[in-house]
Design a protein around this ligand. Sequence first.
Ligand SMILES: Cc1cc2nc3c(=O)[nH]c(=O)nc-3n(C[C@H](O)[C@H](O)[C@H](O)COP(=O)(O)OP(=O)(O)OC[C@H]3O[C@@H](n4cnc5c(N)ncnc54)[C@H](O)[C@@H]3O)c2cc1C
Length: 465
Amino acid sequence: MGRPLSLSPAYDRLSFWHETAGSGWTPRPSLPGDLDVDVAVVGAGFTGLWTAYYLAEADPTLRIAVLEAEVAGYGASGRNGGWCSALFPASLPALAALSDRGGALAQHRAMRETVDEVARVAAVEGIDAHVAKGGTIALARNRAQWRRARDEVRDARDWGRGDDDLRLLDAREATSVLGGAGTVGATYTPDCAAIHPGRLVRGLAEAVERRGAQVYERTRATAIEAGRVRTAHGVVRAETVVRATEGYTPTLAGQARAVAPVYSLVIATEPLAAETWRQIGLARRETFTDHRHLIVYGQRTADDRIVFGGRGAPYHAGSRVKPEFDRDERVFIKLYAALLDLLPVLAGTRVTHAWGGALGIPRDWCASVGLDRRTGLGWAGGYVGDGVSTTNLAGRTLRDLVLGRDTELTTLPWVGHRSRAWEPEPLRWLGINAGLRATTLADAEERLTRRPSVVARAVAPLTGH
Ligand SMILES: Cc1cc2nc3c(=O)[nH]c(=O)nc-3n(C[C@H](O)[C@H](O)[C@H](O)COP(=O)(O)OP(=O)(O)OC[C@H]3O[C@@H](n4cnc5c(N)ncnc54)[C@H](O)[C@@H]3O)c2cc1C
């Protein structure tokens, strides 16, 4: 099929998810000119779309406009690993420091419920997002990782989190779920669903439109101000303006140091044979990782591929976000090597897709959502690598904040939290890349010494742990 004669980028080629999202990629119309609405949302990723969705559902009379620089699902929401998990980037002690023990646990509970809420809305709206709630297995593959796994479960118990939330698996139990090489044991949580993020984000954009909100694509906000959003196509005036631009936020005026855009890269294999799957496992499409320091994440897709991603790409000076940063051959090769090391049965398997995207890291690694009642400016973001579900909690929270409702959601500790700004360059570049290098070094150290890494402890303030 020929492409439309516009100069639109090949959106369907951005990732495996984009290619198989089951939707056309011809952009929706741009903003036709100046516009008055009640709520303007900047960014049509999960944050912006969940916000518009819940607002339109709660008050169908609201006039809502979502303004997107490219197309809905262009950013991280269309490119991620598809873990819809209860993970939140800040630890329970960090959340307790913002509120108290009860507040931290309430946030954790809300995250657990959010996994089911995402699946519920997908079902209600008829979005076939290939949801499979198989939980997450995190293997321990050397003694240092095993110690970390046991510490994690012990800490969970100290917080009153039981077996139904996080539990330890011995080597036999672990390999019965995932046949990873060198498995000593694992942790397992049921609170994660593997999803097809492309299908979810595109389906959500349609659900938002069905509920009466407008989505304007290829409409870049050039300035966000109290009461208005400026674009090249016109000015949108609104009582409430919500910024939902995550890793792209530093490209907005005045936001250069708000979050650091750090790239995560992903590969997808060809569909694997049934015999290979018998050796690997993941029978319930459990998402998987191990207890190394440099995060990796994997899922078995509905069509029997493995999608496997990880950090490790460098941070680009000046918080730049560019399409050419989506691909880094060296990182793709390292990811493939890490996957083979974990699952040697994959030797010779073809990698059919490779891509990347920017996630947003706040200086204190604590996501936040809020609305400044004085200016009418709202925001949500800083999810690091845990935004697939957290964006849904953000959307419901912004609904309550915009409608002036005091609810259980609006008192959670992340509401109204303001992370401090990142350091100016070149300090930011030096600090983030030193943290990334040290994390890789820490894993190598543990493979050699089999003891918890000394390097990892030394650089903990740089890596958010
Ligand atoms: C490779 C990768 C893997 C990940 N894996 C996982 C995972 O498995 N599980 C998980 O929970 N999280 C994961 N994450 C994180 C998760 O994807 C994000 O936290 C989440 O999608 C953020 O959603 P968002 O809507 O806030 O941002 P985005 O999806 O990035 O949306 C922001 C949107 O704003 C638009 N925009 C930017 N600037 C402007 C402007 N000036 N005007 C108008 N529009 C603008 C962009 O085009 C974009 O569409 C991953 C992220 C990446 C990159």
